[in-house]
Write a protein of this length. Structure first.
Length: 446
């Protein structure tokens, strides 16, 4: 649906007049915010904390933050040094954040359908997915400062965020509120009106810069304070959630600006495909950090399943792309982000198939008889194809460059976490020196 929406956005940009297109953008933006608020209220419904054992969540939050940070840093570096033209640091940091959060909705539903609800893997993935979503939401204020510079109005934004977090914690699932899909949509509508109302008043009627509060945290806090009966779920309610999530992905695609505006920077089809494959590869590699965590709680096989289970991206990542557009970020960086997210959604079922296989005890597999020849798992095949295609892409583009092909140069590695090199200009940008400092987790995780 994301790709269908992307195609629709390009058709709308060509067919509509300037006035019609402006109206179209406004309507799509409001509907997108409404669906995102609905989704985040449901994420809040699922979030729960054992207040008597808060210390146990410290390690989980650090793991979730780091596992979300690696894909973010890798993709940011790619946007800065591989994309053509000059990409501002702030724009790269904001747009690349789509690669960080795991899709809680997709992950929970697929793992539950795979019969893994009672496993350690499901329970740990549930905590980590919520925490990396929350980490992404909280990080948006510092990222706004990086993009726009510090303004005193952002302190108001920060105060509202702090108030909402305190309210969500103190009143965690204490208020008896109806939680059907109809009521959830009503809450989402109120939240969108609240956020848009603050923006309208501060923009039009007060002598200050406009305060724009994103719907992510208010909607999440709303879900956190509502007491929900999880045993009263019905098939109709689940179908409604699925339909709204699908509509949200369609609307995210429809929110895209024209990719072919005269005078704007854009990529060829081959270059775009290469960048998408590279970013998708980095999104997966970053989550493999989880292989080195929880060694005292599970074996390597289960940790690999947990890492693959955290690979699907979805609603919050799409919400970050929408926020990036509202902040004025555009160009190849958004095109690569949207198509990479769409590819990740296609691969989600493959990730879950691999997780189901890894979560099955080896004894259960041995009891089925002698081993037989197995075909490669979908996630493994997709992972290999992306890596090989990215290499072929670089080689082909190198042969097509002027004169001799440019090669990737690497200096001998010195002890320490830094590596220097140059990226080939055939990827669309000038040949530039770069230095990447790999983050090191301060904890020794066993």
């Amino acid at each position: 649906m994301l790709m269908i929406g992307l195609v629709g956005s390009q058709v709308a940009a060509v067919k509509f007049s300037r006035h019609e297109y402006h109206l179209w953008v406004e309507v799509v933006e409001k509907l997108t915010m409404l669906c995102l608020a609905f989704i985040m209220v449901n994420v809040g419904y699922e979030f729960n904390l054992d207040k008597s054992n808060m210390k146990s969540y410290g390690k989980d939050y650090l793991v979730a933050m780091t596992a979300a940070g690696f894909p973010w840093i890798f993709v940011t570096a790619w946007f800065l040094y591989a994309l053509p033209g000059h990409v501002p640091l702030g724009s790269a940091l904001v747009a690349a954040r789509f690669a960080a959060p795991t899709s809680a909705g997709i992950l929970f539903n697929m793992l539950e359908a795979a019969g893994l609800k009672e496993t350690w893997l499901f329970k740990k993935a549930q905590i980590l997915a919520i925490f990396d979503d929350l980490d992404t939401i909280l990080l948006m204020i510092p990222l706004k400062i990086v993009v726009d510079g510090f303004k005193w109005e952002l302190t108001v934004d920060a105060a509202i965020v702090l108030l909402l977090l305190c309210l969500a914690y103190v009143k965690m699932h204490e208020l008896e509120l109806p939680s059907s899909s109809a009521w959830t949509m009503f809450y989402a509508t109120l939240i969108v009106c609240f956020c848009e109302g603050i923006y309208f008043v501060t923009d039009r009627h007060l002598p200050m810069d406009a305060i724009r509060i994103e719907v992510l945290l208010p909607a999440f806090a709303m879900g956190c304070i509502a007491k929900v009966d999880h045993h009263a779920k019905s098939d109709i309610e689940e179908r409604i959630k699925t339909v709204i999530s699908t509509c949200f992905m369609l609307l995210v695609g429809l929110s895209m600006p024209s990719l072919f505006v005269a005078g704007s920077e854009h990529l060829s089809v081959l270059a775009l495909a290469g960048h998408v494959l590279a970013v998708s590869f980095l999104m997966i590699i970053g989550k493999m950090f989880l292989l080195f965590c929880y060694k005292d709680e599970s074996d390597l096989r289960t940790r690999l399943g947990l890492a693959l289970g955290m690979c699907p991206r979805g609603e919050v990542g799409a919400g970050v792309i929408v926020i990036s557009l509202k902040m004025g970020i555009s160009g190849p960086i958004i095109s690569v982000a949207v198509i990479s997210l769409a590819l990740n959604l296609v691969l989600s079922s493959g990730f879950i198939v691999a997780v189901k296989h890894l979560a099955r005890p080896p004894q259960a597999q041995a009891s089925k008889g002698p081993p037989r020849k197995r075909s490669a798992k979908p996630a493994t095949v997709a992972f290999t194809v992306m890596a090989v295609t990215a290499c072929i892409f670089g080689a082909v583009q190198g042969r097509r460059s002027k004169g001799a092909a440019q090669t990737f140069t690497t200096w001998p590695m010195q002890p320490g976490p830094r590596a220097c090199g140059t990226l080939p200009s055939q990827l669309g940008g000038p040949r530039r020196a770069f230095m990447v400092a790999l983050p090191v987790n301060p904890l020794i995780l066993h």
